[in-house]
Ligand binder design. Structure first.
Ligand code: ATP
Length: 284
């Protein structure tokens, strides 16, 4: 039997880092939502007790470093599953891009294997398993829109923002999330974005207010290291995006756009100098 799971990319509408905790993690406040740019996972039960990962993407690990492998191993061990699984990752989400591609693959693996192996694990338990794999995994289990606090794993569901176009562009730079957090200094933050104001904008379903409240304190770190990301942001704004922000620790920059014609003008404008550009809708 084969089953399929969609693993969408996430964007941060706001991201604030409050402080570094004694356990080494940063205390964050983020509002995250999903966009309709997704990996597709194909899972097939194997009678042999093994986990096999394949992908058309040549640039991700296929061994125990792959987050889908780690998710399969975790659920298999925790629930004493004796059979194996073959997982094919059809990757569409850019890698190491600030779009949580690996976390979303891990979440899709947990959801998929729960079905494939008839484990009937409740969603809250799946989220707890996910938190063992990475801070963004619990959000990716259910998706939607949420306020994430703690190290990102404590979730408060929110309504979805007003529907719009999202133009995403990723320059050919690989950014390490750990390095960006490592270089982050809270005393260098000029302006903290507000989770409360973004939440109100979303609850009011006001597109201009959502655009006005976009903010990510990690931008200062990544833009200082990679000025071309700042240039990409400016270009997107010049081309007419209603709001522009870097997602996560970068380097992907996204623009929110209300009109389809404008979204494709920006898409075409960026394709001139950026190979990885996407124009998608919010996943609402
Ligand atoms: P985040 O926003 O959560 O920091 P990201 O989008 O920046 O994530 P990923 O695409 O998840 O980054 O990849 C981060 C690293 O994880 C890469 O170095 C990649 O080699 C590795 N990795 C492991 N499993 C996967 C997977 N299934 N898909 C993509 N990358 C993976």
């Amino acid at each position: 039997m084969k089953i399929y799971e969609k693993a969408p990319a996430k964007i941060n509408l706001m991201l604030d880092v409050l402080h570094k905790r004694p356990d080494g993690y940063h205390e964050v406040e983020m509002i995250m939502t999903m966009v309709d740019l997704a990996d597709r996972l194909e899972m097939e039960a194997l009678s042999r007790d093994t986990i096999i990962i394949s992908s058309q993407a040549g640039y991700i690990p296929l061994d125990e470093k792959n987050l889908a492998f780690q998710a399969a191993k975790l659920i298999k061990e925790r629930y004493n599953v004796r059979s194996g699984v073959y997982i094919h990752l059809d990757k569409n989400i850019p890698v190491a891009a600030g779009l949580a591609g690996g976390s979303s693959d891990a979440a899709a693996t947990l959801r998929g294997l729960n079905r494939l192996w008839d484990l009937n694990i409740p969603v809250e338990e799946l989220k707890q398993l996910g938190a063992e794999l990475g801070s963004d995994v619990p959000f990716c289990i259910t998706g939607g829109t949420a306020l994430a606090t703690g190290r990102g794993e404590q979730l408060t569901p929110l309504p979805n923002p007003p529907q719009c176009w999202v133009v995403l562009a990723k320059l050919p730079i690989n950014v390490s999330t750990a390095e960006i957090y490592g270089r982050f200094r809270s005393d260098q933050v000029k302006e903290h974005p507000s989770a409360d104001r973004m939440r109100t904008a979303i609850e009011r379903s006001s597109f201009p207010e959502v655009c006005g409240e976009l903010g990510n304190v990690l931008e200062e770190v990544t833009l200082r290291l990679y000025p071309e990301v700042a240039h990409l942001k400016e270009t997107m704004l010049k081309l007419g995006a209603d709001g522009v922000l870097m997602s996560g620790s970068g380097p992907t920059v996204f623009g929110l756009v209300s009109k389809e014609s404008k979204a494709f003008r920006i898409y075409n404008g960026l394709r001139g100098f950026c190979k990885e550009v996407y124009a998608v809708r919010l996943l609402t």
